[in-house]
Design a binder for this molecule. Structure first.
Ligand code: GAR
Length: 204
């Protein structure tokens, strides 16, 4: 069975690109990237989608009276494409409860920190300033909290003495580009079982 994927983005879209590459290389099978939705009009991620024949949609948050109106438009667009799995790939807004209820345990986010540490914006900067010696990234299902949903995969990188926010973020990003496709693969193969907060891998 084909899993239809919709991706929410806000920026440059390197994670989107990595997912596109993993579909095109055949690593991700039985997957259709159907639509990329951005809340930022000139997000380069939209351009990347178009270049690969994926529908690219800008939804203007300002065009709706409130967050609920904006998010209903997102739900409507995802439904139009019959999306099964929603990916937040550098989407810089907190999703409201309506979207989460419709797609419970079917929304994945990539976050540039080892959750539950350093939630929110600027994960690598927070990690550097805290002085941790190991940093990394997390793929998790999205729940109503901020970066608080059940964890699917994590990957660690060392923090070096001479790291800047940029060098650490780049080292983490390399891992993001690996574990996001890996988590999608597990999902599409039906190998993820969510038991409360705990995500188990099951062999089929
Ligand atoms: C990525 O590092 C992603 O983990 C992060 O934004 C970047 C987007 O890069 N997301 C968050 O911080 C979400 N809280 P990309 O547009 O090149 O994929």
């Amino acid at each position: 069975m084909t899993t239809i994927i919709g991706v929410l983005v806000s920026g440059r879209g390197s994670n989107l690109q990595s997912i596109i590459d993993h579909v095109e290389s055949g690593y991700l099978k039985n997957v259709k990237l159907s639509v990329v939705i951005s809340d930022v009009k000139d997000a380069y991620a939209l351009e990347r989608a178009r270049m690969h024949g994926i529908d690219a949609v800008f939804i203007d948050p300002q065009a709706y009276g409130n967050k609920m109106g904006f998010e209903r438009k997102i739900i409507g667009t995802l439904r139009l494409y019959d999306v099964d799995l929603v990916l937040l790939a550098g989407y810089m807004r907190i999703l409201g409860s309506e979207v989460i209820q419709v797609y419970r345990n079917r929304i994945m986010n990539i976050h540039p920190a080892l959750l539950p540490s350093f939630k929110g914006l600027h994960g690598p900067k927070q990690a550097l300033e805290y002085g941790v010696k190991v940093a990394g990234c997390t793929v998790h299902f999205v729940d109503e909290g901020m970066d608080s949903g059940p964890i699917i995969l994590q990957s660690c990188v060392p923090v070096k003495d001479n790291d800047t926010e940029d060098t650490l973020a780049a080292r983490i990003l390399e891992q993001e580009h690996k574990i996001f496709p890996e988590a999608i693969k597990l999902f599409t193969e039906g190998k993820l079982k969510v038991d409360g907060r705990i995500v188990l891998r099951r062999e089929k």
